[in-house]
Design a protein around this ligand. Structure first.
Ligand code: ZN
Length: 103
C-alpha cells in the first residue's frame, strides 16, 4: 500500500532532515515540509528525499524504531530520540535549511 511521505524543511539537531509518513504526529505543518510522493516503504521515500536534502533520514517514529519491545496498552511511552525533540526548539540550523532549499 502506498503512503504519502514528506520531508521536513527544518533539519534536526544532527543536521539531518526527517522523512515522515502522512499521519505521523511529528510531521511538520504545511509550509514546513516538502511532499515527496507516494511510496511503498520509507526507504524509497528516503531516496527521493535525498534529492532535496542530501542529509535525510527516516523519522524514528515513522520507521517504528521507537517502539518499545513490550506493548503495554494505555501507556504511551514514546522513546523519541533527543535529537528529534530538541529540533523543534532549535533555530540555529535554520539558515542551513534555507540554503538547502534554495539550491
Ligand atoms: Zn515521523
Amino acid at each position: 500500500m502506498l503512503e504519502k511521505y514528506y520531508v521536513g524543511i527544518r533539519p534536526q539537531t544532527n543536521g539531518f532532515h526527517a522523512v515522515h509518513e502522512e499521519g505521523c504526529p511529528f510531521l511538520p505543518e504545511t509550509g514546513k515540509r516538502i511532499f515527496l510522493g507516494r511510496f511503498q516503504n520509507p526507504q524509497d521515500a528516503l531516496k527521493e528525499s535525498r534529492k532535496h536534502f542530501k542529509r535525510s533520514n527516516i523519522c524514528l517514529f515513522c520507521s517504528k524504531e521507537y517502539l518499545p519491545q513490550k506493548n503495554t496498552q494505555q501507556e504511551p511511552v514514546f522513546e523519541i530520540s533527543e535529537n528529534f525533540i530538541s529540533s523543534s526548539r532549535l533555530a540555529v540550523t535554520w539558515e542551513s535549511a534555507l540554503l538547502c532549499s534554495v539550491n
